[in-house]
Design a protein around this ligand. Structure first.
Ligand code: FAD
Length: 281
């Protein structure tokens, strides 16, 4: 999907640079006029829009003197604690779920391990006290069932989205803790698909700290910021600044940390673009 968006953009004359970390937004005469890259390049622009998380966009890219104090404080207070992990598993065959034995539509759909509200509550209790859930709540998909190119014939990749795994786990995330987290996920799946261990050929365990490092998201929260009531709608990312404009003229914000939040939908970016076009004249 991203490749399709990129090729449409290129066809319209857009230049896309990857591996081009932004160091600072350039501010001249009280407005954003471009971006300085970490490699020393400077790009000038009539409009600058950040799609990085709110902490980077407002506390790192721009010197705070360009924002009102209350805005800076609101961004500092914006909560970005990651609470979920990913365990990606390579399989030599399909997991056989006892509830629906054999290959079936469930393997092409979304599989949820969340047997009761109490189960989910207990899973969260562990995280509240700094641990990963001993009996985690999981959303599982097997994308190779849809896109056969993702694995060799007969093999599969299984993506397990796991809650909860705190960013600041008690004692810190090290290899042993990550291994224990992965093992907890597999033994939980095993209760529902007893053949799972026989078909595992590899696994990758990703914690919120890994998400921060790999995806460039401060705090490793998959939505660039927690979806708390006081961080939604007209308060995302900050009260009075939820219309994709920022206190710095020429600088816009159109990422998951803006309304309507995260998800693979591009809604914040589209709405930001709409507002930018309104201001363009
Ligand atoms: C592990 C994981 C699993 C997810 N699962 C799902 C799911 O199943 N369904 C769903 O709907 N959503 C899911 N999401 C959420 C979804 O991916 C995000 O909400 C969405 O990608 C947000 O899009 P965005 O453009 O706002 O930000 P991003 O896609 O995060 O893009 C921001 C970009 O800014 C870049 N960046 C950061 N710092 C700099 C810098 N200094 N210079 C230049 N670039 C920088 C980052 O590298 C990144 O490419 C998941 C996210 C993660 C991390």
């Amino acid at each position: 999907m991203t490749a399709a968006i990129a090729s449409s953009a290129r066809a319209l004359g857009v230049e896309i640079r990857t591996n081009a970390a932004v160091d600072k937004v350039i501010v001249r005469g009280g407005r954003a006029t471009g971006a300085a890259l970490a490699n020393g390049d400077e790009l000038t622009a009539r409009v600058v829009m950040s799609a990085a998380d709110p902490k980077r966009s407002f506390l790192q890219f721009v010197d705070q003197q360009h924002f009102p104090d209350e805005f800076v404080q609101a961004i500092r207070d914006f909560r970005v604690r990651g609470s979920s992990g990913k365990v990606n598993i390579a399989l030599s065959g399909l997991p056989d779920f006892t509830c629906l034995p054999g290959e079936g539509p469930l393997h092409r759909g979304a599989i949820s391990i969340s047997p009761s509200i109490e189960y989910v509550e207990r899973a969260y209790d562990d995280a509240k006290y700094g641990n990963f859930s001993r009996q985690p709540y999981m959303d599982i998909i097997i994308p190779s069932m849809i896109d056969r190119d993702m694995a060799p014939p007969g093999h599969h990749v299984m993506s397990c989205f796991v809650q909860y795994a705190p960013y600041d786990v008690e004692g810190g995330w090290d290899d042993a803790k990550k291994e224990a987290f992965g093992e907890t996920v597999i033994s939980t799946i095993e209760k529902y698909a007893p053949n799972i261990r026989q078909v595992i050929v590899g696994k990758q365990v990703i914690t919120p700290q890994d998400i921060e490092r790999i995806a460039g998201i401060t705090g490793g929260n998959i939505f660039h910021g927690e979806l708390l009531l006081h961080q939604l709608f007209f308060m995302r990312p900050a009260p009075q600044w939820a219309d994709f404009r920022t206190p710095l003229p020429g600088y816009y914000f159109g990422a998951a940390g803006a309304h309507p939040g995260g998800g693979v939908m591009g809604a914040a970016g589209r709405m930001a673009a709409t507002e930018i076009l309104k201001d363009w004249q």
